[in-house]
Design a protein around this ligand. Structure first.
Ligand SMILES: [Zn+2]
Length: 402
């Protein structure tokens, strides 16, 4: 009874959906919504799931949506998570599917993640007699604000659906057709801090400026600014586990009014949270040095932290053959170091359920698709939609056999 399709059959099924996937992605891209405001997006997701006759639950931890699909017999419950929110960035693409919402753009590929999850739901629904267990699709709001995963957890998602393994993917400017995999540390953690200076008003601007450049100077590496620089980073991620020690700081002045307030905000990214004390000491030493020159003082407070994301090694090992079957062994990039410049609130699920996030290549310089995440001209090679759908479907099917 339970016989999954071979990779060629699956590729054909997904291939026949390609136009539909492109249409879905473009419609999400044209109507982006900010973190916590994903009402229309949620409506679109829920409508598609219901059309597929998949059990759908809405308003889960805000605008979160669940789709629950059961296979041909009893088995494990597997989750597939896609984030939904866009960014306060103006879309400067010169494309028909350019954002129609001024100042808001899907610049982090969440339009792609949702599309692939919906495509995967469609294929798994068609293949229902060929797998066991259940799949819970988790469409998560408010990832960019780093509070949507926690909101869904607080809504009791895992109590109601005891998911035993969770898969997710994220776009990255790897060449389209390739997939990146971290067995272990996958993404940096992040801390936010605030500094309030006590100094004569006339001194504060220079204090803030000097502090911004001194603190950013503690960064041990910088976000790549071109595809070549990304490729250099990815090659290093394949061979150099010490990249895990990367510390990246960014700071900016906060508007000051007549009431004394925090004058500087910052965030520290580090994949190795064990280094926090050391980094805190470095930050303090820089601030001490700067205020001493001005005869000023300061308060420093850490206000929020999002821990580093670790992939479950066994789960990565288990799904790797499905990813290989989808894109070929030579297109799998095995990373020994995490991507050090970004964060994911998927970590809150990962702390409770074995989780694996894989990287979906979306760049294609030959077609001019080479922009970075979180930029005004971010775009993808849409061939990644079918590739991602095939890879995600194959990985879930592998887990849903016995
Ligand atoms: Zn993202």
């Amino acid at each position: 009874m339970v016989t999954p399709p071979d990779p060629a059959e699956l590729a054909a099924m997904v291939g026949s959906l390609e136009d539909e996937l492109i249409k879905i992605r473009r419609s999400f891209h044209a109507y982006p919504e900010l973190s916590g405001e994903e009402a229309q997006t949620a409506d679109g997701v829920a409508a598609y799931l219901r059309e597929l006759d998949i059990d759908t639950v809405v308003h889960v931890g805000g605008h979160g949506v669940l789709g629950i699909l059961h296979g041909a017999g009893k088995g494990i419950i597997v989750g597939c998570r896609a984030d939904m929110d866009a960014l306060p960035i103006n879309d400067e693409l010169n494309q028909t599917y350019k954002s129609l919402v001024l100042g808001v753009k899907h610049a982090c590929g969440h339009d792609v993640h949702m599309t692939i999850a919906l495509g995967t739901a469609r294929v798994l629904k068609q293949l229902q007699p060929h797998w066991r267990g259940s799949v819970v699709f988790l469409f998560q709001p408010a990832e960019e604000s780093l509070d949507g995963a926690m909101a869904m957890l607080n809504a009791g998602v895992l109590e109601q659906y005891p998911i035993e393994a969770l898969l997710a993917l994220h776009t990255l400017p790897l060449p389209v057709g390739s997939i990146g995999l971290n067995a272990g540390p996958c993404l940096a953690g992040m801390e936010e801090f605030k500094v309030r200076f006590y100094a004569p008003a006339g001194d504060r601007d220079s204090l803030v400026q000097q502090s911004v450049s001194a603190l950013e100077g503690l960064s041990t590496a910088h976000t790549p600014d071109s595809l070549e620089a990304f490729e250099t980073l990815f090659r290093r991620m394949e061979v150099d586990p010490t990249l895990r020690q990367t510390v990246f700081l960014s700071c900016w002045p906060q508007a000051v009014d007549s009431i004394p307030r925090h004058h500087l905000l910052g965030l520290v990214s580090m994949a190795d949270f064990d280094r926090r004390c050391e980094v805190h000491a470095q930050i303090k030493a820089e601030l001490d040095r700067i205020v001493a020159v001005h005869g000023a003082s300061y308060d420093l407070t850490y206000t929020f932290s999002n821990p580093p994301l670790h992939n479950d090694r066994d789960l990565v090992r288990a799904v790797r053959p499905a990813l290989v079957a989808s894109v070929g062994e030579t297109n799998i990039r095995d990373f020994v170091a995490p991507y050090p410049f970004a964060h994911e609130d998927l970590v809150h699920f990962a702390e409770r359920v074995p989780t694996a996030l894989f990287w979906l290549g979306t760049a294609n310089p030959a077609h001019g698709v080479e922009s970075r995440l979180h930029t005004a001209d971010y775009d993808i090679d849409e061939a990644a939609l079918s590739i991602g759908t095939q890879a995600m479907t194959a990985a879930l099917l592998l887990l849903l056999q016995d």
